[in-house]
Design a protein around this ligand. Structure first.
Ligand code: DC
Length: 240
């Protein structure tokens, strides 16, 4: 009897700068899974909208605009890459100008419908870790493992501030705090799929956990689920 290697879908949701993407990348390396950074997709769309000078408050033909954006996302060697007209825009989408407006863009229902569909296509084969705000509730409500990541606000502010400083960005810590609080507020109070923990999510407070410990906890749960899944041979792989 042949056992197919089981693959699960892992959803990481939570407020900004909780350490979701670091944990997602670490999990992907450990499990040989692909990372889908859904926040980067909202950031890329925001970058394009700002470049085009579109008014977010005006009635726009969002469906047509989104379809026409020359954006491409793909998973290559487990890494998530975003390109605009074949140019790598990773640095551009992390700018404060984009961070300041991304939550407003992410509150537009047409943008969410468009990106949720793309995310479901990217992750449909499983063996993926997605980080975002609505993964366990909307994008993959049937994900086998859902983790709601939290951390104290001050810890998050310090982490994001250090990260920006390491990248050479000149910024006041107060601006970082304002941006995180502002985004958290919009993300959790918007009408369309606000940030909230799925009822079956496991909560992980990373305030006092280092990177290794966070990975260890998440991996233990993931491997327990994989062991359970591995007990069942898939129908197609049973040799009579
Ligand atoms: O993960 P991030 O901080 O890079 O995400 C940027 C913004 O995108 C975040 O403030 C809210 C939005 N977002 C969302 O609404 N839904 C997701 N699944 C991911 C991000």
């Amino acid at each position: 009897m042949h056992f197919e290697s089981p693959k699960i879908t892992i959803a990481l949701d939570g407020f900004a700068a909780c350490g979701k993407s670091t944990l997602a990348r670490d999990l992907c390396s450990a499990l040989n899974y692909s990372f889908i950074d859904t926040g980067a997709m909202y950031r890329a769309v925001t970058y394009c909208i700002l470049q085009m000078g579109l008014d977010l408050d005006a009635d726009q033909h969002w469906g047509g605009i989104l379809q026409s954006l020359p954006l491409e996302w793909r998973v290559a060697d487990g890494l998530f890459r975003i390109g605009l007209d074949r140019e790598d825009i990773e640095d551009k989408i992390r700018s404060m100008a984009v961070s300041a407006r991304v939550s407003e863009v992410a509150a537009i229902s047409a943008v969410r419908t468009f990106l949720v569909h793309q995310q479901q296509m990217l992750g449909r084969s499983g063996g993926v870790v997605l980080d975002g705000r609505d993964i366990g509730t909307v994008v993959f409500p049937d994900a086998e493992l859902k983790i709601f990541v939290t951390a104290d606000t001050e810890v998050r502010v310090q982490r994001r501030y250090q990260e920006l400083k390491t990248k050479g960005v000149s910024i006041e810590i107060g601006e970082v705090r304002h941006n995180l609080e502002h985004r958290d507020h919009i993300d959790s109070t918007r009408e369309d799929s606000p940030l909230q923990a799925a009822p079956d999510a496991l909560w992980l407070d990373t305030s006092r956990l280092d990177r290794e410990r966070q990975l260890q906890i998440a991996l233990t749960v993931a491997r327990t689920l994989l062991d359970k899944k591995g007990m069942k041979p898939s129908h197609s792989s049973v040799v009579p």
